[in-house]
Ligand binder design. Structure first.
Ligand SMILES: Cc1ncc(COP(=O)(O)O)c(C=O)c1O
Length: 349
């Protein structure tokens, strides 16, 4: 036990992200990246960027991005806070709302990072199981004195399931604390809770450019909230949490609405085909509103399937949740990648 760090840090395991092989050539379907390249406008913005500008600090508020995002989402720009990926946004919120010994809540199975953020803070966490239909009961909104923050991924990961915005609003209104609706995958659903933020101060919606904009490597995310919330959260973020190049590239990306619409249509079509083909191979799948599919097989263990695919050069995400069991989360790939995946799975099962 390291005696210099706070005891809660020494005790915690730390978040383990999906494998990110930097050299070996894998078909990579494990971390829900977009299989297609980003908008050409992003490459153009980076080419146009003059390295001389890097002598100065970036705009601490990323105003150009906020203006462009505000226009796209139909909210004023002071309702937006930018972050170095949406994980940064989740961290800022946890630091701002949750003190040591206080409590956070999230559904399970869901995004594992929420628990890690609570542990870093020295906070306690409460995992509320999804119902069998992947909905959430009123217990998710129940009021407990020391509950300071709730997280709700929508669509959820790993299931890809979606809770209707009106139900999310009901839960937000029941809760005694802010609710972050983590909409990392919402562009793939065609729906969102953003328009509900004006009706409930406690509701905050986080978004990322890592998935639908194909910019996981850029690190850019943002939060939509009422200005009374955004102004407080801005005090907690690093002054320069988004660099100049990422602000320029993210702004170009969000302005290219046509690219986004085409990409989303392509990914959703591929998701449906992936789900159909997995069903034909005997997999049990959960209908997904995101860019991945959660599946299990009645006769093959998820661990064996994961390993069999990895040996054949395909990475998918093996996930195991206490009290829930294990499964595979498979990201949408290009048509060619999905053909290889399905051929290999047919061989294994
Ligand atoms: C539910 C959920 N939220 C947030 C993130 C983080 O995304 P970002 O790349 O913006 O940090 C992920 C990444 O996989 C995710 O699955």
């Amino acid at each position: 036990m390291n005696r210099y760090v706070r005891p809660n840090i020494a005790k915690m395991a730390g978040y383990v992200p999906g494998e990110q092989p930097q050299h070996a050539k894998f078909i990579k379907l494990n971390t829900n990246e977009n299989p297609f390249p980003p908008s050409p406008k992003v490459a153009e913005a980076i080419r146009q960027f003059s390295a001389e500008r890097l002598t100065r600090y970036p705009d601490p508020t990323a105003a150009s991005f906020r203006t462009a995002a505000a226009d796209r989402l139909g909210v004023p720009s002071d309702w937006i806070l930018c972050g170095n990926g949406s994980d940064d946004i989740l961290t800022i919120c946890t630091r701002a709302f949750v003190g040591e010994g206080e409590r956070v809540r999230f559904p399970t199975p869901s995004y594992i990072l929420y628990r890690t953020l609570a542990e870093i803070q020295g906070a306690r966490w409460e995992a509320v199981p999804f119902r069998a239909d992947w909905g959430l009961g009123d217990d998710f909104g129940s009021s407990v004195g020391d509950l300071k923050l709730a997280y709700l991924p929508n669509p959820n990961s790993p299931s890809g399931t979606w809770i209707e915005p009106n139900r999310v609003l009901e839960l937000a209104e029941m809760l005694p604390c802010p609710l972050i609706v983590d909409e990392a995958y919402a562009d793939f659903t065609g729906d969102s809770c953003v328009s509900l933020v004006s009706r409930c101060e406690k509701m905050l919606v986080s978004r990322t450019l890592s998935k639908s904009y194909a910019l996981a490597g850029l690190r850019f995310g943002f939060l939509v909230g009422q200005p009374s919330m955004i102004a407080e959260l801005a005090k907690v973020k690093d002054s320069y949490n988004c660099d100049m190049i990422s602000i320029a590239a993210a702004t170009a990306a969000i302005l290219d609405r046509e690219w986004l619409a085409e990409n989303v249509t392509r990914v959703v079509t591929l998701r449906e085909s992936l789900a159909d083909r997995l069903s034909h191979l005997g997999f049990d799948i959960v209908p997904s509103r995101a860019n991945f599919v959660w599946c299990t097989h009645p006769e093959r263990s998820p661990r064996a399937l994961y390993e069999g695919l990895k040996e054949r050069g395909i990475l998918v995400r093996y996930m195991e949740y206490e009290g829930w069991g294990a499964g595979l989360r498979i990201s949408v790939g290009t048509p060619e990648q999905q053909d290889v995946l399905l051929a290999m799975l047919a061989e294994i099962v």
